[in-house]
Write a protein that binds this ligand. Structure first.
Ligand SMILES: *Cc1c(COP(=O)(O)O)cnc(C)c1O
Length: 495
């Protein structure tokens, strides 16, 4: 099954699209643009009839794999069901048709939603204030590190290092480096948790912050978090919480109470706003009182029921995103929180942890489990036990695609060989978890009986196994000027 590009299917004789009359009054382009700015030929757009266009996009959509079609057990990414009611809320004309330059008095409802969402997120993570501006988790990390940097500078303290555990998400060291910090790695112990001895040896007055994920990316709770917080604060550094995945914790415990000073949250993971495909996300950052003066401008303030945007914040790190963040995502997340209520959020977390432990138990005899359970909302297995048959984590992932499941995260975290990281989430039924476990068992049996079949997977999808080695070689050769540029996009035939 393939689908040619609309450009390739284009027919000159197709009737032109029926466009509505322009509703913008004013002069014609030819009256305001210089002659050399006017195009002489029509743009080379594809020309197809309305039904042809409809079928083209429907066929493309049917090749797409998404959470609305099947199970998507991607570890460290929380692909949970996105309630449709969120979309209805975000599409309300009073939200969807706003203009960011509208007068404050005409957008009181939108500001009120932002104010309420901020309060709700403060309650979930236990902080003083939250900025809703950052557009992704990584952007939130960077925003928080800039605030931490500004805080140290304001005290005449120049700190140059940020500590990051070896199990951390790759965005952690990247955000620290992008903020101009020197990244120092902290080792994990044998139990998959941060080594306190290694942490102690790396703490010094040069350290601005420790970035920690808890539960960490192995799905394990850092039990010694209170001691860690004390050690970090004793050296004058701050403790940063990577809260991209809050799915184990909502309504159960709070980073703020564990001693964290700043935390980012991914609305597009925990709070059911759509995720992936490079679409808009939202990575709000919560901070304790010491960091509040440094929050990005503007903040939303409420006095006597009247809401306003506060741009006069002299110690702010400034704006980190145009306008007020990805507002549509804020509406969706708020709709989710209100629909769930506090008890609902706590139940979602309990169910997420139960699902992960149930599934872990189902497959513990099939794959290696490098760390002892129980786990939190996700677990990390290893395909190392299949290495003798020449089968790797990648083969298991591709074989799952043929069985109509999305592949789990593989080869992350880096501290586990042949890692397969699974996060089922609370929105899956027991039947789905059982079917997934059955697929894993079938694949492991096939690894013993017919490993070549796994190397050939996927066979039932529009695109089969890609030759990643050849691709990497060609890109390298191109970068070194030894070959033509690789063909990565369609180009029109020269006329
Ligand atoms: C997803 C994730 C991030 C980054 O979030 P983005 O929105 O993809 O930038 C950071 N840390 C962890 C642990 C994550 O799972």
């Amino acid at each position: 099954m393939t689908e040619p590009l609309s450009f390739e299917k284009s027919r000159r004789s197709a009737s032109p699209p029926r466009l509505p009359e322009a509703d913008v009054a004013g002069p014609e382009p030819s009256q305001i643009l210089a002659p050399d700015q006017l195009r002489t030929n029509p743009p080379g757009l594809p020309r197809l009839s309305e039904p042809e266009i409809m079928r083209h996009y429907s066929r493309l959509a049917s090749m797409n794999y998404s959470i609305s079609k099947q199970f998507y057990p991607l570890g460290s990414c929380t692909m949970k069901y996105n309630p449709v009611v969120n979309e209805t809320a975000a599409a309300l004309p009073g939200f969807a048709d706003l203009h960011p330059y509208q007068d404050e008095d005409t957008v009181q409802g939108a500001l009120d939603l932002m104010w309420r969402l901020e309060r709700a997120l403060c309650a979930v993570v236990g902080v003083e204030r939250v900025t809703l501006q950052p557009a992704a988790g990584a952007h939130g990390e960077w925003t928080a590190l800039r605030m931490i940097q500004a805080y140290h500078h304001s005290r005449g303290d120049t700190r140059t290092e940020v500590l990051v555990p070896d199990s951390a998400h790759g965005t952690n060291p990247a955000s620290a480096a992008l903020s101009g910090f020197h990244v120092v790695e902290v080792k994990s112990g044998r139990d998959g948790r941060i080594s306190l001895a290694d942490l102690e040896s790396k703490l010094s007055p040069k350290v601005a912050a420790l970035m920690l994920t808890n539960p960490n990316t192995l799905g394990l709770f850092e039990r010694e978090i209170l001691d860690i917080a004390e050690m970090v604060h004793a050296t004058g550094a701050m403790l940063y919480y990577d809260g991209a995945n809050l799915n184990a914790f909502m309504g159960i415990c709070r980073p703020g109470d564990m001693g964290f000073d700043a935390v980012h949250m991914n609305l597009h993971k925990t709070f059911t706003t759509p995720h992936g495909g490079g679409g808009p996300g939202a990575g709000p950052v919560g901070v304790k009182a010491d960091l509040v003066p440094f929050l990005p401008t503007p903040t939303v303030e409420r006095t006597n029921g009247h809401l306003k945007l506060d741009f006069k914040r002299p110690r702010s790190i400034g704006r980190v995103r145009s306008f007020y963040g990805n507002f549509g995502m804020l509406v969706r997340a708020y709709a989710y929180i209100v629909a769930m209520g506090g008890d609902g959020l706590a139940q979602a977390s309990r169910d997420a942890v139960l699902s992960a432990n149930y599934l872990r138990k189902q497959v513990e005899d099939d794959l290696e489990m490098p760390h002892d359970g129980p786990c939190m909302h996700e677990f990390v297995a290893s395909a190392h036990n299949l290495a003798g048959d020449g089968v790797r984590a990648l083969d298991v992932a591709k074989a799952l695609l043929d069985r109509d499941f999305y592949a789990p995260t593989v080869y992350f975290p880096l501290v586990v060989q042949e890692a397969i990281m699974v996060e089922p989430t609370e929105t899956e039924s027991k039947a789905t978890l059982d079917a997934f476990a059955a697929a894993i068992k079938e694949i492991v049996a096939e690894a013993r009986s017919n490993p070549q079949a796994l190397h050939d997977a996927p066979r039932n999808l529009p695109v089969g196994r890609l030759d990643e080695v050849a691709a990497a070689r060609r890109i390298n050769a191109y970068l070194q000027g030894q070959s033509e540029d690789p063909v990565l996009r369609w180009k029109p035939a020269q006329k």
